[in-house]
Write a protein that binds this ligand. Structure first.
Ligand SMILES: [Zn+2]
Length: 318
């Protein structure tokens, strides 16, 4: 498939005063796509509508990232798209919080990489990239919400076939909406965020408090599945909170469907009915829930689509 990015030569990555190096081409466009996760970073080449030559390594080493980018695209590439697990400002490219990559806080990653690699670089939050991946390579619906249910909880909003990025690229943070104002403390500093109650780390913390044992969320869920009533209570609370979060999204955006991904959803057969029960209870028009079909590649697909879907308002004049 020949792909042409609808980019104009004045397109810029979020760089101050950067030379604009991207030229639109009739020929197939090559993009290196990067998914910087909490523990692992994945890199692949996106070409002719597919991912090629996937690589992965531990997150945090910038030189290793650059070396891997060169390995997956030895003949060069047109642009670099990056999905990043952390808070950032898409307008400037600055990383605001990088809990898993030491020294990256305040780093302007697109700036650094663009200068070292000589190409436009596009950086976005991981949940929003995942929603973009779903839009371009997954469910391809026009109106949906993507929610990742994992160690943390993140979300990305798609309306009318476009990602809603928000003011600085951090829209869709359903994990940090407060659902229980007097609930447990969240890593963000507030209390009772959906993430604090229902994410993997939250489930593990409650298990530690209530069962006096250090268990992973997966272990708590598997105990619940086997009939342990204490574990069932903890998991039921998490499912109720997730259903509550999804109901808020349903009322706010009237999505055609809700797409879920992330490690916790591997136990969907057990969790799903409980989440849906609350969603059906609280939302007037509950949309169907689907699990993503893209697995671990969802962020790579999304980052590959960033150059094409970069918000118009953040393109700079030459
Ligand atoms: Zn929070």
């Amino acid at each position: 498939m020949t792909h042409r990015l609808p980019l104009s030569p004045e397109l810029s990555c979020p760089l101050d005063g950067a030379t604009l190096l991207f030229e639109p081409k009739e020929v197939s466009v090559k993009i290196v796509t990067v998914d910087i996760g909490g523990t692992r970073t994945r890199v692949a080449r996106w070409e002719r509508g597919a991912l090629h030559d996937r690589r992965s390594f531990a997150t945090g080493n910038l030189d290793e990232l650059i070396a891997t980018v060169r390995v997956v695209a030895p003949e060069g590439f047109d642009a670099l798209g990056i999905s990043f697990a952390g808070a950032l400002d898409m307008r400037t490219g600055k990383i605001l919080s990088a809990p898993n990559a030491k020294g990256w806080q305040e780093l302007n990653l697109p700036d650094v990489l663009s200068h070292r690699m000589g190409c436009p670089v596009f950086l976005a939050n991981d949940a929003n990239c995942a929603a973009l991946g779903e839009l371009t390579a997954g469910c391809r619906a026009e109106d949906f919400v993507y929610v990742t249910w994992s160690t943390g909880i993140g979300g990305g909003l798609v309306s009318d076939g476009r990602v809603l990025w928000g003011n600085s690229g951090m829209a869709g943070e359903i994990g940090h909406t407060v659902i229980w104002p007097d609930g447990p403390p969240c890593a963000c500093g507030k209390r009772g965020c959906l993430e604090a109650v229902a994410a993997g780390a939250g489930i593990a913390r409650v298990a530690q408090e209530q069962l006096g044992q250090q268990l992973t969320a997966e272990e708590v869920i598997s105990r619940a599945v086997r009939g342990d009533t204490s574990a069932q209570g903890i998991v039921a609370d998490a499912c109720r909170a997730m259903g509550q979060g999804l109901a808020v999204l349903s009322e706010l955006l009237e999505p055609e469907l809700l797409v879920l991904g992330g490690g916790i959803t591997q136990s969907w057969a057990y969790l799903g009915p409980q989440v849906e029960h609350t969603l059906n209870d609280l939302a007037r028009k509950p949309p169907p829930i689907r699990l993503t079909s893209l697995g671990d590649d969802i962020g790579l697909y999304g980052a590959a689509a960033l150059p094409e879907h970069w918000p118009q308002r953040w393109k700079r004049a030459p």
